[in-house]
Design a protein around this ligand. Structure first.
Ligand code: GTP
Ligand code: MG
Length: 344
């Protein structure tokens, strides 16, 4: 268990992109589990969340990452649906994110929800990288499982390499058309001025070490000051889903993006009519690397700190709404917090 109470907040990484371009598969590869197998028609229909602690990031990234360079506790990945009908969920995911991965199928290039995702990232000013996924589908590709991309790229024939180059340059051209200057990530010096493009395969794991390394570096270098928040302060989060849970009745799946929530805390939750004022009866934490959407086993914990995906059990949650804010009242006035929630 790697938790680092009292210091830096975990950065939230949203994974966005067109339907079927491989967002869930990429996260499956990082988690080492197969959430996609449990999805109806293999289409993501909800926002998900998976905490990846620093030791797992380093393990997957292998020699590319020196864990002593990092003091952020890891990354909280938010999976979003790519199907066009889930536009609200993509905006919600984008709004929660500190940084983002835009997943693009290297064969398909930009598609309508790729462009929509870019608009969301532009509007929210979220720094992002591009994962050019499915490089293993280039005809003649010779895979090396889980290898860093440069190693596997050099192991390809000239013909395969030039085919991939062509696709990648098309993608860089499309990004340019959308107003973003970008390049292959190893040529990028300043990731705020230039978008890094990372060739990956969710199927073979190639390039996934690079993706994690770049994300961790980006978070560490550019987001660290934003992560130096008071994570002991009153918790703030967003409801992902309202779900029935055996023995608990209605519960909330929540992304906690700021502060701390404790058992017994008074919370205010956005609802259909009036905000709900209630008390946290149980805080249920998914296992490490588990996807909250599909997880069945939760640990009952006394408190949790941002950023995290967690389940909150409390009385009177029947009218709670997905997308609504959740606030811990702390030592503030309940009426003030209710007003704050109403205003959102
Ligand atoms: P939505 O959540 O519905 O938007 O889709 P998604 O972006 O999460 O895509 P998903 O991970 O469900 O993958 C879609 C299909 O592409 C699945 O059949 C995957 O097995 C396949 N796929 C994903 N990544 C790769 C890859 O790197 N290589 C190959 N060959 N297939 C892949
Ligand atoms: Mg998906």
């Amino acid at each position: 268990e790697s938790e680092s109470p009292g210091d830096l907040r975990t950065p939230i990484v949203a994974v966005l992109g067109h339907v079927d371009h491989g967002k869930t598969s990429l996260l499956d590869e990082i988690r080492g589990s197969a959430v996609i197998d449990g999805e109806a028609g293999a289409i993501t229909q909800h926002i998900g969340a998976t905490a990846v602690p620093l030791d797992v990031v380093s393990e997957v990234a292998g020699s590319l990452v020196d864990p002593t360079e990092f003091d952020l506790p890891g990354l909280l990945f938010i999976d979003t649906p790519g199907h066009h009908s889930f536009s609200t969920l993509r905006s919600r995911g984008g709004a929660l994110a500190d940084i983002a991965v835009l997943v693009v199928d290297v064969n398909d290039g930009f598609q309508p929800q790729t462009e929509e995702a870019i608009r969301i990232l532009k509007d929210t000013g979220t720094p992002f990288v591009v994962a050019a996924n499915k490089v293993d589908t280039i005809p003649g590709w010779n895979p090396t499982e889980n290898a860093p991309i440069k190693q596997t790229y050099e192991a390809q024939t000239d013909r395969v390499r030039s085919q991939l180059d062509e696709k990648l340059y098309e993608l860089i051209g499309e990004l340019s058309g959308a107003g973003f200057s970008s390049d292959l990530y190893w040529r990028v010096q300043d990731f705020q001025a230039n978008i890094g493009v990372i060739p990956v395969s969710a199927m073979t794991g190639e390039g996934v070490p690079d993706l994690l390394t770049v994300l961790m570096g980006l978070a560490q270098r550019y987001m660290k000051s934003e992560m130096e928040v008071n994570i002991d302060g009153p918790g703030a989060g967003t409801v992902l889903e309202v779900k029935d849970e055996q023995g608990f009745g209605k519960t909330l799946d929540v992304i906690l993006y700021d502060g701390t929530v404790r058992k017994g805390d008074t919370i205010v939750v956005g609802a259909k009519n009036q905000p709900i004022v209630t008390e946290v009866r149980a805080l249920l934490k998914p296992r490490e690397l588990a996807e909250i959407r599909t997880e069945k086993r939760f640990e009952d914990v006394p408190e949790m700190q941002a950023a995290a995906g967690l389940k909150i059990a409390a009385p009177d949650l029947d009218d709670a709404m997905a997308g609504a804010p959740v606030r811990v009242v702390g030592d503030r006035d309940v009426a003030t917090v209710v007003e704050e929630v109403e205003a959102e």
